[in-house]
Every structure is written in C-alpha cells, then in structure tokens.
Write a protein that binds this ligand. Sequence first.
Ligand code: SF4
Ligand code: SF4
Length: 58
Amino acid sequence: MTWSINNDKCLRCGGCVSVCPVAALELRDNIIYDKKLCTLCGICDKACPVEAIKVTKQ
Ligand code: SF4
Ligand code: SF4
C-alpha cells in the first residue's frame, strides 16, 4: 500500500490537507506527507481536483 503525489499536477490548493482526518499532510512549497500518521484511507486521493494524489492498496 502506497501514497504518492505528482508535484507537477498539484495546484497547492490545500484541499487534501483540509480533508485528511489524521493531519498527515501539510502545505509548504509542496505537500509534505507524514508516512507515520497516514492510514492510507484514500480521502485525499478522492478530494484532489486534479488527481495528483494516488493511494494504492495492492
Ligand atoms: S490517505 Fe488518508 S490518512 Fe493518508 S494522507 Fe490521505 S487523507 Fe490523510
Ligand atoms: S488537493 Fe491535489 S491539487 Fe490540491 S494541494 Fe492537494 S494534491 Fe495538490
């Protein structure tokens, strides 16, 4: 299971930061991701307007 972001697509809108239930994301120059906090719930993936975040469960 992995979380990934395409920084070329990301608009820095902060939408994913707002919806993350465990505050694993932070908006600086890029989105900062805290792997230790993330539960891989996929909410940020669904919330991103440009599909920059991919949460895969394999
Ligand atoms: S997958 Fe869920 S817990 Fe992980 S960063 Fe996205 S919203 Fe937060
Ligand atoms: S919701 Fe998508 S476009 Fe907006 S900051 Fe997060 S990854 Fe970037």
